[in-house]
Write a protein that binds this ligand. Structure first.
Ligand SMILES: [Zn+2]
Length: 207
């Protein structure tokens, strides 16, 4: 059994890389954002508890998220955690029921993240995601799929992206140091193409 944690700032491509490497490595891909949305949508007991916090605009407490993760990893032969843990407290809670064998840190500089997310456009109508540098729509400003208008999400403006990056760095630093001290941390340069990054991560998971 092999459990992997994937770390990285917003815009590092965690979700994309996780999907690409998990299958090949025979790991269950667990995105805590997806797990949370699923539990809320299904109206499970944990989902209902989470919803009361979300409706108040508050963070879902660690204990609730940890309980959801614990339920999903039960009986699994290796998982790839994407977006979790985010803090040292969450890592300590996780260690109580799941041993972590390797932590891959997708490293990318703030300027690169600002550039990447700043070039993202989202369809107002169907939510399809484009990138004006790497994945342009056939007609500028319009969605290939439905013809809807493309826009930049308020979250993707340079000031907001820079701020999100700084918050991530500050919150995750103790976590990164914690895993480094345990000798589990492997850094991967994520400022390259998804193919190159995925190949490096896959190599780490094979070794
Ligand atoms: Zn669309």
């Amino acid at each position: 059994m092999r459990n992997v944690v994937l770390l990285g700032p917003p815009g590092a491509g965690k979700g994309t890389i996780a999907v690409r490497v998990a299958k090949e490595a025979g790991l269950l891909h667990l995105s805590t954002g997806d797990v949370l949305r699923d539990e809320v949508a299904r109206g499970t007991e944990l989902g209902q508890r989470a919803r009361t916090f979300m409706e108040r605009g508050e963070l879902v407490p660690d204990a609730v998220v940890l309980a959801m993760v614990q339920e999903r990893v039960k009986g699994q032969q290796g998982v790839l955690l994407d977006g979790f843990p985010r803090t040292l407290a969450q890592a300590e809670g996780l260690a109580e029921f799941l041993p972590v064998h390797v932590v891959v840190n997708l490293a990318v500089a703030k300027d690169e993240v600002v550039r990447r997310l700043g070039s993202r456009r989202v369809c107002r109508a169907c939510g399809a995601v484009y990138n004006v540098v790497t994945q342009r729509p056939r007609t500028e400003g319009l969605c290939d799929r439905c013809g809807g208008e493309l826009r930049q999400r308020p979250d993707d403006t340079p000031e907001v992206v820079a701020r999100r990056y700084e918050v991530y760095e500050k919150d995750s630093r103790p976590l990164v140091e914690h895993y480094a001290r345990q000798g589990l941390l492997k850094a991967v340069d994520a400022a390259r193409s998804p193919d190159q990054v995925a190949a490096d991560v896959a190599k780490i998971l094979r070794s």
